[in-house]
Design a protein around this ligand. Sequence first.
Ligand code: PEP
Ligand code: MG
Length: 583
Amino acid sequence: MSFTLHGIPVSRGIAIGRAYLIAPAALDVDHYLVEPTQIESEVERFRVAQGVVHQELDTLRADLAADAPSEMGAFINVHTMILNDQMLVQETIDLIRTRRYNVEWALTEQLERLSRHFDDIEDEYLRERKADIQQVVERVLKALAGANGSVLPNGQHGSCSEMIVVAHDIAPADMMQFKGQTFQGFVTDLGGRTSHTAIVARSLGIPAAVGVQQASALIRQDDLIIVDGDSGIVIVDPAPIVLEEYSYRQSEKALEQRKLQRLKFSPTQTLDGTRIELCANIELPDDAQQALEAGATGIGLFRTEFLFMNHKHHLPEEEEQFVAYKRAVELMNGMPVTIRTIDVGADKPLDALSGGDGYETAPNPALGLRAIRWSLSEPQMFLTQLRAILRASAFGSLKILVPMLAHAQEIDQTLDLIREAKRQLDDAGLSYDPNVRVGAMIEIPAAAIALPLFLKRLDFLSIGTNDLIQYTLAIDRADNSVAHLYDPLHPAVLHLIAFTLREAKRANVPVSVCGEMAGDPALTRLLLGMGLTEFSMHPSQLLVVKQEILRSNLKTLEKPTAEVLAACEPDEIQAALKRVTGV
Ligand code: PEP
Ligand code: MG
């Protein structure tokens, strides 16, 4: 049966493929029948996973501190007993042998049967043992999925290039696992247009829709689906005529993309000859390659926190960081690389700090110990990062960018720590660029309004529109329930951006925009009209924005841009914006 779901478009294009569902919870597993000849190897798969969990429990027991409460040891013993219990083991194997269920299915089926028995037990203590059985089953399922808990498919479902990933939510760190894979598209139940998951999806340059509410509940494994990344529509099991229409649109878009490639080597300037810098946003050093291929003239934002994610037990050491930063600098071969210091918190928790479960415990993480606030609270870790960045500055053109600054004392403390890092490198006899420039993200409204604090202290600014919108409008950028209120064209947002661009220009301080607005071709002319000459965006957006720039004349943008800024009502803003974009 065909049906359509609606979400938020985050990455343009049309994807047509088979759904690959990522289970939201360990117990939501694939169900399939194994071939009769494969039954014994399926039983063996179960035995191997059982052995892995045995070892895990033995290690846990051995690592128990001498003064650990005695319940801890008892608890591990109970889990070991459950793991060997015939009610779990033999019955699961029987289900594999008699019904040909895959192990995961057999195991969860047997768990369900046992749970039903427990629900009928009156004794509360015994009833609670149900949770223990569930935990043991989860451990075995994890072992079956592989030790690293990868979210990537294991080859059972065909080639990645035909798949569209469907998930309840994907953490930005997990999203990184998809880099280097060739999926057709992404669909998630949760998320907003500028959530970091959406940003990483966009960087992969494949169609994606987020906030598609019930997608992961309604779409089944292997369903044929269409993702329209321009409108956020997801069509499940499309009728042949619909499939034909979308296949046609897909080939038209591929043609457009090929045409855009022709712009790669032309200089980026407006019709009246103003030179515009187009830089790239990257998450990992090797992304610089993609930036070069798209014709970027520098890296405007290297989100270094992605290097720190997926580190389960400790953060990367100075040497490891240095190698990563140096690689980006060397790949860019003399072009500027703007390295942003770690921006953790909110929707980018660090596994190494959260005990590996990936969840923030702060009451309101977006307003909590995020970005520079976290770095200043962990000066040794911050100094490690600063030393690594500074050392990389000896190998090319490097700038340091600091996220989420709002207060004068935060800027001063940061600059002090940079001086301290330089002193430490001097003492160690390690080289760096002594004149390395330091800039601030303007992404908290307070920073834009109190701009003189920043203009006086820093060498350059970069406007982070994603957070600027979030904090100006008090809209969580990752929360799809308020996504309709996340509005880059709200007059308050436009005023803060225009004011920052104007004042920085007046003070002769270079300023760029590195939020997602910079990569939206519908807003290119408006930003040009406000005086922006340096854009930074995902490489996949670069050529379509360049096309807009090549067709723009700054002189003719002045008046309609002033009209957009003078307007307050949404319809007046839209009408004036049409005069800016000329459509
Ligand atoms: C921003 O806030 O606009 C930005 C570029 O930083 P991030 O998206 O990483 O928060
Ligand atoms: Mg930000």
